[in-house]
Design a protein around this ligand. Structure first.
Ligand code: HEM
Length: 468
C-alpha cells in the first residue's frame, strides 16, 4: 500500500504533464516540423524558403510555425499578427539577431547586447534626414571619380557596373576616404570575398563556421582587412571640416565601452551598407531602362534641373533632389518588389495572435516580400508602378502603409535615407553623363532569399556612351 500510493501520484502527475504539454501545443499555431528530430523541416524549407512559406500560408492559414534546425520560426502574414510583430513589447529585435550577429561577425552576444542601443542611436543620428545633406558633397565627388573610370563608352554587365560604382563610394564615405583599394588585383580580391561572404550570409548566420570553408575564409579576409586598417581609419580626419565618418564615430564608442578596437563591427557595417543598397541600385536602373516612358520622363527631369546633359561636373543639392520625385518613387517601388524575404523578432513572453498563443522563445517572422504583394495594400502588386508613391508623404519621411522593407519600430534600418540618397545620386549622375540602354531583358530574381533583398540571376548588359 505504501508503495502503490506514490506510484499512483507519479503516474497521475505524468498524465497531467502530458495533457498540459498537449494543451500548450494545441493552443500554439499549426507547426510544420518534418519527421527528423531537431532537423525538422530544414531540408524542404532551406531549398526555397520564401516559396515554402507562401505554400504554408495557403495550407495552414495566416499564422504557422516552421521547426527547423532546432529553431521554431512563427510566421505572421495577416493584420493581427503583423500588428503584434510591429508593436508588441513582448517581442524583441536584439535577442532575435544576437545569434546571427555572433555567427557572421564573431561579436560575442554579451558585447552586442551591451553596445547595441548606443551604436544604433549613433547610426540613426549620423544617417538621419537632418544629417543627410552632409553626405551629398562626398557622394557626388566619389561617384564622379568612379564614373570617370568608365571611359567614353562601353558595354558591361549592369550588376558589375553598379558594384564598381557603389562599393568604393560607400566604403570611402562611411569608413575613410581612400580606404577602398585602387590596385586592380586588390579590387578583384575585395569583390570576390564580398560576393562569397554575402552569398553565404544566410547559411553563415545559422550554421557553424567549420561547415562553410570558403565563406569562413572570406569572413576572415575581411576581419584581417579591418584589423589592418583600423589604426588608419581612426586617425584620418576629413580635410574639409574635421568631421568624423560613421565608422570613426562607432569605433570611438566601442573603444570607450570595451577598451577594444573591434574590426568585427567594421565587417557588420560593411555588409549592412552594401548587401541591400547595391542590388536595389541594380534593379532600379534595370526597371527604369526597361520602361522607355519612365526612362524618358526621368531624362527630361534631369535636363530640366541640371541643364542639357553633358560633361561638366555638377553639384547636386537637396533642392535639386526634391525636383526629381519620380526617381525616388522608382527606387521605392523597386524596394517594394525586391524587398527582404523576412525580418525577425524574439518572443520574450507568450503572445496571443488570433486564437493561438505563440510561446516565448519562438522567433516571430514577418515577410516584407510577401506583405508587399498583398493587393489590399498594393493594388496590382506585381506591377512596377512608381506613381503609387505619389500618395506617400515623403516630405514628412513617411512610406506607404504596408511597406516594411526597412523593418519597423525601434530598430528600423538606420541607413534607409542614406541608401535612397546613394541610389538617387547614382542614377542622376550616370544618366547625366551617359546615354544608357539595356542589351538584355531584365533577369529573374535568384531563388528567393530570406535574409536581405532579392538578388538578380543571370547577365544583363548595359551599353553606355558619354554625352557630347
Ligand atoms: C535598400 C537598401 C536597404 C534595405 C532594404 C535595408 C533593410 C534593412 C532591414 C530590413 C533591417 C532590419 C530592420 C528590422 O528588423 O526592423 C536593416 C537593418 C540595418 N541596416 Fe539596413 N537596409 C538598406 C540599406 C542600408 C544601408 C545603406 C545601411 C548603411 C549603413 C544600412 C544599415 C543597417 C544597419 C546598421 C542595420 C542594423 C540596425 C540595428 O542593429 O538595429 N542599411 N536594414
Amino acid at each position: 500500500m505504501e508503495l502503490i500510493f506514490p506510484s499512483v501520484i507519479i503516474i497521475l502527475g505524468c498524465v497531467a504533464l502530458l495533457l498540459f504539454l498537449q494543451w500548450k501545443n494545441l493552443s500554439g499555431p499549426p507547426c510544420i516540423s518534418g519527421w527528423i528530430p531537431w532537423i525538422g523541416a530544414a531540408f524542404e524549407f532551406g531549398k526555397a524558403p520564401l516559396e515554402f512559406i507562401e505554400k504554408a500560408r495557403i495550407k495552414y492559414g495566416p499564422i504557422f510555425t516552421v521547426f527547423a534546425m532546432g529553431i521554431r520560426m512563427t510566421f505572421v502574414t495577416e493584420e493581427e499578427g503583423i500588428d503584434v510583430f510591429l508593436k508588441s513589447k513582448e517581442v524583441n529585435f536584439e535577442f532575435a539577431v544576437q545569434d546571427p550577429v555572433y555567427r557572421t561577425a564573431s561579436i560575442p552576444k554579451n558585447v552586442f547586447l551591451t553596445l547595441h542601443e548606443k551604436l544604433y542611436i549613433l547610426m540613426k543620428g549620423k544617417m538621419g534626414t537632418f544629417n543627410l545633406c552632409q553626405f551629398t558633397g562626398q557622394l557626388t565627388e566619389e561617384l564622379q571619380e568612379q564614373l570617370e573610370n568608365l571611359g567614353t563608352h562601353g558595354t558591361r554587365d549592369l550588376n558589375i557596373l553598379v558594384r564598381h560604382l557603389l562599393y568604393p563610394v560607400s566604403v570611402n564615405t562611411l569608413f575613410k576616404k581612400g580606404l577602398f583599394p585602387t590596385n586592380k588585383r586588390k579590387i578583384m580580391e575585395f569583390y570576390q570575398h564580398f560576393k562569397t561572404y554575402d552569398e553565404g550570409f544566410e547559411h553563415g548566420s545559422q550554421m557553424p563556421e567549420y561547415l562553410l570553408r570558403n565563406w569562413s575564409k572570406s569572413k576572415r579576409w575581411f576581419l584581417e582587412f579591418f584589423e589592418k586598417n583600423i589604426p588608419d581609419i581612426k586617425t584620418n580626419k576629413s580635410e574639409k571640416d574635421n568631421s568624423m565618418t560613421l565608422m570613426q564615430a562607432l569605433l570611438e564608442i566601442i573603444e570607450t565601452e570595451t577598451n577594444e578596437q573591434s574590426p568585427n563591427y567594421g565587417l557588420l557595417l560593411l555588409w549592412a551598407s552594401l548587401s541591400n543598397a547595391v542590388p536595389i541600385a541594380f534593379w532600379t536602373l534595370g526597371f527604369i531602362l526597361s520602361q522607355p516612358s519612365i526612362h524618358k520622363a526621368i531624362m527630361e527631369g534631369i535636363s530640366s534641373v541640371f541643364g542639357a546633359a553633358g560633361k561638366d561636373k555638377i553639384k547636386v543639392s537637396e533642392d535639386d533632389l526634391k525636383k526629381l520625385p519620380l526617381i525616388k518613387w522608382c527606387i521605392l517601388e523597386t524596394i517594394r518588389l525586391r524587398a527582404p524575404g523576412a525580418i525577425t523578432r524574439k518572443v520574450l513572453k507568450p503572445v496571443k495572435i488570433l486564437n493561438f498563443t505563440v510561446p516565448s522563445g519562438d522567433l516571430l517572422m514577418l515577410s516584407p516580400f510577401w506583405l508587399h504583394r498583398n493587393p489590399k495594400y498594393f493594388p496590382e502588386p506585381e506591377s512596377f508602378k512608381p506613381e503609387r508613391w505619389k500618395e506617400a508623404n515623403l516630405e514628412k519621411h513617411a512610406f506607404l502603409d504596408g511597406f516594411v522593407a526597412f523593418g519597423s519600430g525601434k530598430y528600423q534600418c538606420p541607413g534607409r535615407w542614406l541608401a535612397m540618397l546613394e541610389i538617387e545620386m547614382c542614377i542622376i549622375l550616370l544618366f547625366y553623363y551617359y546615354d544608357c540602354r539595356l542589351l538584355d531583358p531584365l533577369p529573374k530574381q535568384s531563388s528567393l532569399h530570406l535574409v536581405g533583398v532579392q538578388q538578380p540571376e543571370g547577365l544583363c548588359r548595359i551599353e553606355y556612351t558619354q554625352r557630347k
